[in-house]
Design a binder for this molecule. Structure first.
Ligand code: CAA
Length: 692
């Protein structure tokens, strides 16, 4: 019997009913699929000729879990927890047959089955924490009963999927099936269970593995402390830990009720709304209205990188990691050798930490060709220039590249501020020129701003975006303007932070407020890390700004063990009296009135102008959508995911409130705070950036 219209189809293999889930690309457990499973399980259960049931995913995977788009909407149909309780209560063995992914509610469904078989390539996990929630369909109660509280905490609070072999080793999967024969294996397994009269193992009845959580309650506190840094600011991890603790302490039904209560609290909160927004926003970045997804991309078989400094080396590593050969060019032999050494050391350090096999270090280095000749780039399909941020040098390089690069090669600049159109104008092929702005450290940070010039070809855009994704980046398309999206907004924060310290707020207070908000570091810690002398030299020094005076005293940041802060041998920062005196001197010279500011004012003055700048960026069409700006800030600057990015955050505050504060600061500090027309319009219409 096949029901083509239902998201679940049922067919028979002898006495085994095979239920196949067929709902969209990922078998998200929306209302229709839940109802389909309920009906199909009930029918198989009532059919006396059926002795066992196999649940399997059609298409790419078993299931990616609950339908995330349903959260925050009124529920229809049977709830997932109720459905799973019914599956578990079925009087015939139910076997989950897993391929692709069984994530979140997908794994919870498998845990409600009596047995689980999986192909070795399958991945299972409970990633809900990444959406600001917890596994809300029994996952926090069933998983510890199978794998013990310690492993359950790792899986649930970590949120990363694990491979089927590891899952089998911890007892989460009962048997591995051959890669190509999952269904046949699962059916045979179910027949064996029936033939041997094996009991229906209901995980809710197991107690052996959770005893550890009762005998050693300190393990939860230890886990909290070990993970404090990673979970800072997030609400969901604590709810996950408390729920696993409840699984060990309470009878199953009470544990389920505890989990439900936590789930409902989280799913209706702002953090989860923010994290769900980020999930969909990440996937939106790939969608470019006038560059459809089927735009043919150019092949990228060899990449050239100009400059073997920190940026060039980091950029090259991305491609080497993905198995793409790289030719790296420097002007001087010493600089080239230093660059190569840094790349090798980076790989060796990763190998030492066990995150790379020693032989892979050599494989990756083997893909790297080094040269002092720009002419060696003639065979590259994509060339990325990553030299010093100087327009004259960049123009010179691009006019030479124009003569060297083969026809059809993409010529990219890693500039973080400069005008891509001016650079493209130096070539006879501006359609092939694009910006690919990586963020430091370029081999680690996930963001790639792809900068579209006035004449950049659509296939060139498609290629840059796809290449970025291929090397593990989140690529966001932006337009040409000073600093593009990320640095243009950062400049707003930097200006206000500098003004605040002249008014008497200490740099440490500015940094503390920004850190407490959830960013990894405040503006002055960031400046110290980057180096205060970027763009400063004794010749250009005017002894005017705080930075000038710090650099004059050789306080150039962490690298000189002194900048805004003093640093000890272990690079621990302490507030500096010297810096405070310098600030006071500059403030006096400039006649800035010193006055206290509340933490709230510090936060607003640093972050509201960023929102305002984001609105201007949208007005000018330099970003496609507000959520793209959020993705830039989350992945390039560590904006806390649980606040959803600056534009999402603005919506949670309410645009009328943001507008009112900007106007108040404008009255006091002038037009740096002049509200963007878009912000005024949206606030006036009672809308948010989400409504654009
Ligand atoms: N709900 C709704 N839509 C989903 C979804 C889900 N759980 N998972 C994926 N999708 C959508 C994506 O948004 C995407 O849609 P578009 O094509 O319109 O952009 C489409 O399905 C394909 O997804 P990907 O592009 O991400 O495909 P992929 O092959 O790269 O990755 C995946 C597949 C690893 C499963 C990935 O989609 C993923 O991680 N999904 C989310 C998994 C998850 O977090 N599950 C937990 C859900 S919450 C839950 O289950 C709560 C509970 O306890 C009851």
């Amino acid at each position: 019997m096949t029901q083509d219209t239902s998201p679940v189809s049922t067919r028979r293999e002898g006495a085994v009913a095979v239920l196949t889930l067929n709902s969209g690309p990922v078998n998200a457990l929306g209302a229709a699929l839940r109802e389909g499973i309920r009906g199909a399980v009930a029918a198989a259960s009532d059919d006396p000729s059926v002795r066992a049931i196999v649940l399997i995913g059609g298409g790419r995977m078993f299931s990616a879990g609950a339908d995330i788009a349903e959260f925050g909407r009124p529920q229809s149909g049977i709830s997932l927890p109720d459905l799973l309780n019914r599956i578990e209560a079925t009087g015939k063995p139910v076997v989950a047959a897993i391929h692709g992914n069984a994530l979140g509610g997908g794994l919870e469904t498998a845990l409600a089955c009596h047995y689980r078989v999986a192909v070795p390539s399958a991945k299972v996990g409970l990633p809900e924490v990444k959406l600001g929630i917890l596994p809300g369909a029994g996952g926090t109660q069933r998983l510890p009963r199978v794998v013990g509280p310690r492993k359950a905490l790792e899986v649930i609070v970590g949120g990363s999927p694990i491979g089927a072999e590891a899952a089998a080793a911890m007892g989460l999967v009962d048997e591995l099936a051959p890669e190509e024969g999952l269904l046949a294996h699962a059916v045979a397994f179910a027949e064996r269970v029936v033939a041997e009269g094996r009991p229906l193992t209901r995980i809710r009845d197991r107690d052996d593995r959770i005893a550890e959580g009762r005998d050693d309650p300190g393990l939860f506190e230890a886990f909290r402390q070990e993970n404090a840094r990673k979970t800072r600011g997030f609400e969901a991890p604590e709810a996950c830990i408390a729920s696993v603790e409840a699984a060990c302490r309470l009878p199953f039904e009470q544990g389920l009720a505890f989990e439900r209560e936590q789930f409902l609290k989280l799913v209706s909160g702002t953090q989860s709304a923010a994290q769900r927004h980020v999930f969909f926003a990440e996937r939106q970045t790939a969608k470019i209205p006038d560059v459809p997804e089927d735009t043919p991309a150019r092949p990228v078989r060899r990449v050239g990188v100009i400059g073997a400094g920190t940026m060039g080396g980091g950029i090259a590593m991305n491609f080497l990691n993905a198995g793409i050969p790289v030719t790296i060019v420097e002007m001087k032999r010493e600089a080239l050798e230093r660059g190569l050494r840094t790349i090798r050391t980076n790989y060796e350090n990763t190998a030492r930490k066990g995150r790379l096999r020693p032989e892979d270090v050599e494989t990756r280095m083997g893909l790297l060709t080094d040269t002092l000749e720009l002419e060696a780039l003639a065979e590259c399909d994509l060339v990325i220039e990553a030299v010093y941020e100087d327009m004259a040098i960049k123009k010179e390089i691009f006019s030479r590249l124009d003569r060297i690069a083969k026809p059809g090669a993409i010529l990219a600049s890693n500039t973080s501020y400069l005008d891509i159109d001016a650079i493209a104008g130096m070539t006879s092929r501006p359609g092939d020129v694009i910006g690919m702005h990586f963020f430091s450290p370029a081999n680690v940070m996930r963001l790639l701003e792809v900068v579209r010039g006035a004449k950049t070809g659509k296939d060139v855009i498609a290629t840059a975006m796809q290449t970025g994704r291929k090397v593990g980046k989140i690529a966001v398309l932006v337009g040409v303007c000073h600093g593009f999206v990320g640095n243009r907004m950062l400049a707003q924060r930097q200006r206000e932070a500098n003004r605040l310290i002249l008014e008497g707020v200490t740099p440490w207070d500015v940094d503390r407020v920004i850190h407490e908000f959830g960013l990894p570091m405040g503006p002055f810690t960031m400046s110290d890390l980057a180096g205060l002398d970027i763009g400063w030299s004794p010749e250009s020094n005017r002894s005017e700004s705080v930075r000038d005076l710090l650099c004059e005293q050789d306080r150039r940041g962490q690298k000189t063990s002194a900048g805004f802060y003093d640093y000890d041998a272990k690079r621990r920062a302490t507030p500096s009296r010297v810096t405070e005196e310098i600030i006071a001197r500059v403030a006096e010279r400039q006649g800035v009135a010193r006055r206290p500011a509340s933490d709230q004012e510090i936060l607003e003055r640093c972050l509201y102008p960023m929102i305002n700048e984001g609105a201007k960026i949208l007005e000018e069409g330099k970003a496609i959508r507000a959520s793209d700006i959020d993705i830039v800030w989350i992945n390039g600057y560590g904006w806390p995911v649980y606040r959803g990015g600056p534009m999402f955050w603005a919506d949670t505050i309410g645009l009328p409130k943001v507008l009112e504060r900007l106007r108040a600061y404008q009255a006091e500090y002038g037009d740096d705070f002049e509200p963007a027309a878009l912000l005024e319009r949206l606030a006036g219409e009672g809308k948010g950036f989400k409504d654009l």
